[in-house]
Design a binder for this molecule. Sequence first.
Ligand SMILES: NC(=O)c1ccc[n+]([C@@H]2O[C@H](COP(=O)([O-])OP(=O)(O)OC[C@H]3O[C@@H](n4cnc5c(N)ncnc54)[C@H](O)[C@@H]3O)[C@@H](O)[C@H]2O)c1
Length: 475
Amino acid sequence: MLSEDAPRIVLAGLGPYARTFYYPVLERYHSIGRLTIDAVIEKESQRHVVEHFLKGRSIQPQRVVLVPDDLDHDELSVFLEMEDPLSGESAWGCIVATEPRAHRAYAEWAVRRGMHVLLEKPVTARDLREKGPVEALRLVSDHRCLAELADRYGVTVVVQAQRRVHPAYRMVKEVVGEIVAEFGVPVTYLDIHHADGTWNMPWEFVSRDGHPYKFGYGKLLHSGYHFVDLFCWLSEVNQQAAVPPDRVGLDVFPVAANRLGAQLAEASYERLFGGKRWRHFGGLPRPASLPRQSWGETDVVLLARLMRGSEVVTTAVLSLLQSSLSGRSWLELPADTYKGNGRIRHERVTVNVGPLLAVQAHSYQDGRADGTSPFEVVIYRNRRLVGGEAVTRFTMRSEAGEVAEASDSLNNRAREQILEDFLAADGRRSGIALHGTTVRVVAAAVAGVARSAQGESGRSAVLLDAAAREWYRAE
Ligand SMILES: NC(=O)c1ccc[n+]([C@@H]2O[C@H](COP(=O)([O-])OP(=O)(O)OC[C@H]3O[C@@H](n4cnc5c(N)ncnc54)[C@H](O)[C@@H]3O)[C@@H](O)[C@H]2O)c1
């Protein structure tokens, strides 16, 4: 039953992810009267995909708005301002789940019309082909601008960074935070490993519009944002340490999409897929056919040190990989590139609080369609000094049947909690103002990747003080 005052929600972007996650959840909420699906906004070129998808749905949006393709950021902002897709009938809120180069334009448009916003990660992205390092650092002004606008218009912008509400990571932060606060010892070492098994064929780096590499960015502005955010969010406990850090020293080790030849040579592809099938695609353009342009990274390892003056408080390693174990065994790109292309998620986090505590969270999918991926958390304590059990193990699973997509249901449940925060206009867990450090570290890392592609050092230092205008130094 639809209530008269059910909030009207706009969904900007109906790509593979929104079709898998947002639309079904919105339908469910719509059917119990919690909201109305007011509008879906997509690109004109996606007309058939949108029509085909909506044909099979039980609940239809009140309007579908198709905007011209190929507008750059400024043109899109002008278009939204002048042509207003909602024809002056603003909604309560807008979910921004477009390709990230359009995030800022939609978020800004929605905020200026007084809508609350649920903004998918990464906060924004930019075309890095021409001026990679400079454009990467502008991600920070995008963030500041959106946070200031939200304040000015009195609306809430929540960022979909679901690991902030994930029960396993909340437990890790709580256990670690208690020890840091009680004994003043900081997190001394953090190891974050995320492998998503996104295996792109060489020509897909040229052709793909979703999760693209052809605009000069890759893993860091794909799923990498989550893990830089996890690093920054978990590290907040260090503010309770005897010597809290005041900056991050960062180095980057990327592998770009045009530099994969040493890992997967033609002979290996032919052996895997058969020479005849492989050569069928042989004439398609690949990054090697466009040697002058820069390409996003498939893998990147970040070495980070949280520092106070010249002292190291925390050493961190973030290994963010796409060239990892995949279930893909086909050459053609399927329509569903989100769940239908063989991605396998392996995720592991280790946190050490010096000699006092070690915590590990671990979640490895096994690639089976019905495979569950429980999160295991193991806590090891120096119990004679800090008390408690020497070892405690927790296995977290979602309840059977709770979420259709069993293999990733804890993640989905966490996403839904962030959606609930948005519907309550509650930015306390993942409001945009809380993403300042993450955006600065992501921007510095992306700038480092772009600089290292030009043969320069990728090293930098980032101040943790959110108010610092001179927040970045290339080293
Ligand atoms: N939180 C998570 O765990 C998670 C998981 C997957 C994706 N995401 C994020 O969700 C967003 C969408 O992901 P995706 O995999 O569907 O990406 P995608 O790039 O494949 O699809 C996004 C959709 O946006 C549309 N789009 C692009 N520019 C547009 C514009 N100017 N106006 C209207 N529509 C436009 C595209 O046509 C496409 O259908 C991205 O920001 C991605 O980072 C988050």
